[in-house]
Design a protein around this ligand. Sequence first.
Ligand SMILES: NC(=O)c1ccc[n+]([C@@H]2O[C@H](COP(=O)([O-])OP(=O)(O)OC[C@H]3O[C@@H](n4cnc5c(N)ncnc54)[C@H](O)[C@@H]3O)[C@@H](O)[C@H]2O)c1
Length: 419
Amino acid sequence: MEFDLRVGVMGLGYVGLPLAVAFAEQGHAVVGVDVDARKVDALSRGESYIEDIDPRRLRAVASRLEVTTRSSNLSRCDAVLVCVPTPLTPNREPDLGPLVNATRVLADILQRDQLVVLESTTYPGTTRERMAPILEESGLVAGRDFYLAYSPERVDPGRTDFTLRNTPKVVAGLTEACSDRAEALYREVCDEIVRLSSPEAAELTKLLENIFRSVNIAMVNEIAMLTDRMGIDIWEVVDAAATKPYGFMRFDPGPGMGGHCLPVDPFYLSWRAREFDLMTEFIELAGKINQQMPYHCVSKVERVLNDAGKAVKGSRISLFGISYKPGVGDLRQSPALKIGALLAGLGADMAYHDPYVPAVPDDELPGLAFEEALERCDLAVIVTAHPRVDHDAIADRAPLVVDLRGVTRRSRQRTTVML
Ligand SMILES: NC(=O)c1ccc[n+]([C@@H]2O[C@H](COP(=O)([O-])OP(=O)(O)OC[C@H]3O[C@@H](n4cnc5c(N)ncnc54)[C@H](O)[C@@H]3O)[C@@H](O)[C@H]2O)c1
């Protein structure tokens, strides 16, 4: 079979796998590479570990999607998309280790005229200052012998209304020719391309989007801590403010931020900003407030038990929803884990129910079926409100409920306390 394009994807996680499948669905040959042999084995068996990718979609493109741990297979590709993690070090500084490793591997097999696109979220300057020099160790020159661009992934896992196809794709190459190549590539899978003048602008665009969310979530969380003391219902206030047709954008309070993006990405910018003698105070402040939220939630649980004449110690507490967001099983940096650990540290007898998380790796928190989790508990905490979980049943039947997501606010019970 003759394919129009051969597209390589490095890193088959939340970002890379959907991209690989999207190009394969457009009829292109795709080589997906991951260092995690378990992921490669699962995909080879037609099994998906990403909620957004139905195994049937994988099987439908199996003849065009080659998955492997061998990065040498990328040498045959016209374009390689780099989708590896960009975490923080324990001191909250950018850890470009996975990206540098992936780039070194690419440098060894780089071919003339290949296009390399970085999709991972990172600070402005990474593509030009960190990737290009490593790739040029191949002897090929960026912008002349091969093409290099940055295009941030904007996927929102679990979301179905905005997909790769209908979410505008920001693209910027090192040179005009690099941008041309990258734009032509993404036109295959995206309806609208937003072309920027430099990779730095594109890198910062992604960070601005995430910082915007982080700061606004922190602001409404801070107001939620205040309304708690003032005896005002934060949900009533947010619902009312959201009726304003202009000049207000709704953000809901919650137990804190999780996932790979919001708790991590803003610190890529604050780290970079220090090189330019600037302290990005909004970023630091938002991080600080959001990190306090699990502690606020635990103090709320303590107060609710106290009002009922109970101590945390010995109380049976069930957490409902422990992944960081509804509809996905991603546990990375989930505030529910922090809340569970804090309450267990105070002597509570903890368990959880989460239809998306069958077990918590390396954790003692037992996972139970919905009925079992509800039946056993003295107090239920709704931490993440997954679809198709009967939250009204929790509010009706649990002896005490702390609802951190406001999902039971309309059927409010006497025994339910909101965030
Ligand atoms: N998850 C999201 O919602 C999201 C959204 C937008 C952007 N991003 C960004 O995209 C990047 C990837 O995030 P993710 O959520 O897909 O991470 P992930 O951990 O789900 O996937 C990354 C994959 O890369 C693999 N990997 C690591 N080093 C590799 C290498 N040298 N060669 C090949 N594979 C390698 C890992 O084994 C893993 O499977 C990050 O920079 C993240 O910030 C994530």
